[in-house]
Design a protein around this ligand. Structure first.
Ligand code: AMP
Length: 136
């Protein structure tokens, strides 16, 4: 369980610019946007990271993300967006309540990414794939 600043926003104890709400989700403007229209979409379920989230909340988030993305694109004028979801401080998560960033990407604003890719080794990939498939 997590009782973070986002739980306080959900409970209406601190203000935010609410843009969407239903029984299981809430969306509001990020207080330090990296692009105009930068919006956060959160489940009301108070868990810190995505691996802890219930299927029900995950489905509710999945249902609203495309609609919220369309609205963010309309108001920002951006034709590209990133959906960013950080889990754990090592992965740049600052607020320990699951949240999805919807971030317009334009020439002037948006997410910068350093993508340290390496080619997948065929044998290691096959073994990893088998391990994952067994868990799933
Ligand atoms: P993350 O690094 O993925 O945990 O991102 C947390 C985000 O929450 C940051 O982009 C913050 O600007 C945003 N944030 C923190 N406090 C508030 C708040 N009170 N209202 C709106 N956004 C917030």
């Amino acid at each position: 369980m997590s009782d973070s600043i986002f739980s306080k926003i959900i409970r209406n104890e601190i203000p935010c610019h609410r843009v969407y709400e239903d029984e299981l989700t809430l969306a509001f403007l990020d207080i330090n946007p990296i692009a105009p229209g930068h919006t956060l979409v959160v489940p009301k379920e108070p868990v810190a990271t995505i691996d802890e989230l219930s299927d029900e909340s995950a489905a509710a988030i999945g249902r609203v993300l495309p609609r919220i993305s369309r609205a963010v694109m309309r108001v920002s004028g951006a034709t590209a967006i990133n959906i960013l979801q950080n889990n754990g401080s090592l992965a740049y998560q600052a607020v320990p309540h699951v949240h999805f960033h919807v971030i317009p990407k334009t020439d002037a604003h948006g997410l910068g990414i350093v993508w340290n890719a390496e080619a997948l080794d065929e044998e290691a990939g096959a073994e990893l794939g088998r391990k994952l498939a067994r868990l799933l």
